[in-house]
Each structure stands twice: as structure tokens, then as C-alpha cells.
Design a protein around this ligand. Sequence first.
Ligand code: NAG
Ligand code: NAG
Length: 202
Amino acid sequence: MVHFFVNNVRPYPLIWSLVLAFLFLDATPYAAKIVTVEEICKNPNPAYALTFAYCSNLLNSIPGGAKGANVDSLAQYTLEVLQSNLTNTVNLLKSLIANSSTSPDLLDVYHICLNNLDDIGGRGQQGALAEIKAIKNGLKQHAYGLVISGLHDTLFYLRSCTSVDHGTPNRDFHDPSLLPQYTGDILKVIGILDAISGYLFS
Ligand SMILES: *[C@@H]1O[C@H](CO)[C@@H](O)[C@H](O)[C@H]1NC(C)=O
Ligand SMILES: *[C@@H]1O[C@H](CO)[C@@H](O)[C@H](O)[C@H]1NC(C)=O
């Protein structure tokens, strides 16, 4: 009996160390970094017309509070805000386009903006709202290169909307609608994501 037992127990240490090794690998998943709101918001890039107050108010409004929130969940939350801002802007543009009192010059602007901000064709391939889906996937997979390039593309689409009158200075593009305010919000939120993205790789 003793002989049998000893012979059969010998391989167990090796097996257990393998099992423990796998448990250890499984128990050490990707751990996202904790960064404070103050750190993220302290030096807002002037290109985004972003202030410390706007940045910290937005990040502190994350459900559960920003204290102890990791950088991935702050990015995820800010992306939700950006998506909702873009959706509101797309809906505003659709109602402006549907309004027969809208001047032809402004109608051109609104169409160009809609074509840059909406998820064109709904297939997630083109337009700022399509990029949000790609960025979310990148974040989920910790493929931060995709997050960064998606943010650049989103900014490009926004600028294609907000600079639409620059090539035609003789036309009057004073826009009395809420669009300039809405696109201003989008720019600020992209600025917050840009600030967060600096911490995703570290
Ligand atoms: C964008 O989201 C922020 C935060 O929820 C909100 O305060 C702001 O009014 C939104 N702007 C638009 C245009 O939806
Ligand atoms: C259409 O545009 C005019 C002029 O800007 C505005 O006064 C009116 O309220 C708008 N109508 C709707 C239904 O939004």
C-alpha cells in the first residue's frame, strides 16, 4: 500500500506546479493603470478649447465616481459621452436640414457635416460615429494603436465639418443654430480622450 502510494504521489509536485503556473497566468490578467482626474486634466491642449474645469467635471461624472477608476474605464466612459454628443449633433443636423427656412448656403454646410459625423451607410466604415465603434473595439482588445488612429480620424471628420466655410470666404456662413456649440462640445471631449490616451500605453 505504502509503496503504491509513494510511487503515485511522486509526479504530483510537477503536475501541481504546472497547474499553479496556469492558475498564475490566468490570475494575472491585464491590469489597467489608475490615473487621477487632476493628472489627466492638468495641461489641456489649447487646440481643443478645453479647460481643466470642463475636463474634470466630465470625468468626475463617471458613474461610481472617478476616484480609483482606471484609465480604461475613464476612456470607455468618455467614449460613451462622445458617442452621445455625436448622436445629438447628427439629430440636430437632420432637423436643420429638414427645416425649409434653412438657407441654401447653410444647407450645404449641414449636409457636409452630416456626411462627416454620421455613421455613413450604418456599416461602421465611414464617418465619426463609425469611428467610435472601432475605437470601442480597440479599447476592449487593449489595441491602443487602433484607439489612437480612430481618435485622429474622428478629429479629421469633425474638422471637415467645422472648417467647411474656409474654402469659400465670400459666402456668408454665420450659423445661428446650435451646431457651433455642439461641435465645440465634441472637440472638447476628443481633447479629453487625447489626454487620456497618453496614459493607455504606460
Ligand atoms: C455632450 O456631453 C456632455 C456630457 O454629458 C453634455 O454636458 C453636453 O451637453 C453634450 N453636448 C451635446 C451637444 O450633446
Ligand atoms: C426653422 O428655422 C427657422 C429659422 O432659423 C426657425 O425660426 C424655426 O424655429 C425652425 N423650425 C423648426 C421646426 O425647427
